[in-house]
Design a protein around this ligand. Structure first.
Ligand code: KIV
Length: 259
């Protein structure tokens, strides 16, 4: 286990923080070479790699494997990896799971939830592993919540998000991901915290932005969230290359391969 010491990690996050998910070696290496600051081995790999409907069946073993292959592709960026669902239900489990992920090469771990996660955050940070919190829409709770919903729409939800963010900062989190939080509430949290906020679907006032890599590159054409801006057409390029290969094999079958 060799996680980055917290002060080094915090010093390397310079707003505007750029963060992208990666689940494999070539993507991680391309992100690192492009200068992305924070590479997230997200449990979104449940959908983007494994084809599940949500993140709720991702296991610790899968996160350990993907973290280890991402690690091999990264020289400069910080590698952050998700603790999957039910691997941090109490402080002891949280620390044991975080150690497995750190041993696989993560510099830091991320977990979802508010005040109820404070003992878990304290246990992990106390053992020297930096923790990123995750507030707002919590994908690991999508089934209980009956879908992906915007958070902070009313005053009591907004207050509880701000309180939770302050409490997680006090517990030692080095950053907070804000997912699908009303932009004004995300702006207030960003103003009130000293640690950075990293937004996804939460407006442009956060200290940085995180996106799922396929949403940025156009690598998952079957679903793109409404807030995501796609900057490429990886699916289109792949389809074209595959058609060219099909044609090449069919042609060569008819005419023979060139020697
Ligand atoms: O798993 C993931 O990709 C995430 C991002 C959506 C922040 O947690």
């Amino acid at each position: 286990m060799n996680p980055l010491p917290l002060p080094d990690l915090s010093a390397r996050l310079r707003p505007p923080i750029t963060s992208i998910t990666a689940y494999d070696y070539p993507t991680a290496r391309l992100c690192d070479e492009a200068g992305i600051q924070l590479i997230l081995v997200g449990d979104s790999l449940g959908m983007m790699v494994a084809g599940y409907e949500d993140t709720t069946s991702v296991t610790l073993e899968q996160m350990v494997y993907h973290t280890s292959i991402v690690r091999r592709g990264v020289k400069r960026a910080i590698v952050l990896a998700d603790l999957p669902i039910h691997t941090y239900d109490n402080p002891g489990d949280a620390l044991a799971s975080a150690r497995r992920i750190a041993d696989a090469g993560a510099d830091a771990v991320k977990l979802e939830g508010g005040r109820e996660q404070i003992p878990q955050v304290e246990a992990i940070v106390g053992a020297g592993i930096p923790v990123c919190a995750h507030l707002g829409m919590l994908p690991q709770r999508v089934r209980e919540e009956g879908g992906y919903k915007k958070k902070g729409r009313n005053e009591s939800e907004a207050r509880s998000l701000v309180d939770a963010a302050l409490a997680l900062e006090a517990a030692g989190a080095f950053a907070v991901v804000l997912e699908s939080v009303v932009a004004d509430v995300a702006a207030e949290i960003t103003d009130r915290l000293t640690i950075p906020t990293i937004g996804i679907g939460s407006g442009h006032h956060c200290d940085g932005q995180v996106r799922v890599v396929h949403d940025v590159t156009g690598g998952f054409p079957w679903f793109v969230p409404p807030f995501a801006k796609t900057h490429g057409d990886v699916a289109g390029v792949t389809r074209k290359a595959l058609s060219a290969f099909l044609e090449e094999v069919e042609d060569s079958h008819r005419t023979g391969f060139p020697e």
